[in-house]
Write a protein that binds this ligand. Sequence first.
Ligand code: SAH
Length: 353
Amino acid sequence: METRQDTRIESLIKAEIRQFGPMDIGRFMTLSLMHYYGTRDPLGSGGDFTTAPEISQLFGEMIGLALADTWMRAGSPEAHLAELGPGRGTLMSDILRATKNVPGFHAALSIHMVETSQTLTRRQKDLLKDYPHVVWHEDTASLPDDRPMMIVANEFFDALPIRQAIMTKAGWQERVVGLDENGALIFGTASIPAALMPQSPAGVNTIIEFSPARDQVFTALCQRVQTQGGCMLLIDYGHDVENATGDTLQAVYKHTHTPVLNLVGEADLTSHVDFRRLKDLAREAGCQVHGTRTQADFLQTLGIMTRLEQLERKNPGCDLRAGVARLVDAQQMGQLFRVLGVSGNQFSSLPGL
Ligand code: SAH
């Protein structure tokens, strides 16, 4: 049988389990992803996964025009534009390029990038070196609160840790990561904290996901846009249904799904975003909710096909159609990815939603 050397992070996780007992999935994701994002650029064909801004420049261009429109309707105020988890910086770079001729837009903005990975921060700094007024943050907590803030996040919330409740014959338990008799990582169950206990009845083996980390970041940002003004545009894969169930935790390595407990810290870990939950939290924070809509509907309503045809006329032979098709095709990213808009004070309309 093939034996595999534990990665350093896997050894640390096992040591923590030996000392303190099985860990919840949120802790497992936090430790694995800290290592994963801290040690590589995971994007693109040589990495593990590819995202919409890396597939087509039109993704960022459409979002840029939507944000500029929203900003103008809000009265063109001095504002902050923040991106969460900006990867290589491509989305922000496309947003800024597409909006450079919008009168007063760039002059009114200061740009904020929230990124924990040093590797990706370096790439972002390089790509945005021609823009003044860009500030990097390791955490959303240090984002400024003195002006309205427009926030955009593509595939950020899916990377935040989740926890799982599972219905067993003995009732609800929490799904955890422990060690088997050979010292390998294995899923198990443990008693569930009261705060995570689902209220609904369910059949044995039903899994319900929670993300206290996601809820906390999202709620704090909703409160920000509600008090200081602004809006949020989130694009991610996920669902917008009542009482969603099921295990959506997944690991991806070199563009292929792999079992979650293999390749610890070497594969990307994500889960589907529970948009219905986020919508409820946004309303509780006093914000207006727009959407969700599918990525295909959103981009098509913003006119991505017209923009594509314009570019093709201007640059015959340009190679943009396949990328746009990937973003909007129902079989590819068009239906799985959803877009949620949240608006607070002063910002009320969000085009495309
Ligand atoms: N938005 C980019 C990259 C998505 S990958 C794109 O669409 O291409 C997820 C991004 O979130 C990476 O930049 C990763 O480093 C960052 N990230 C993950 N967890 C984070 C956290 N807790 N705080 C800030 N950034 C985080």
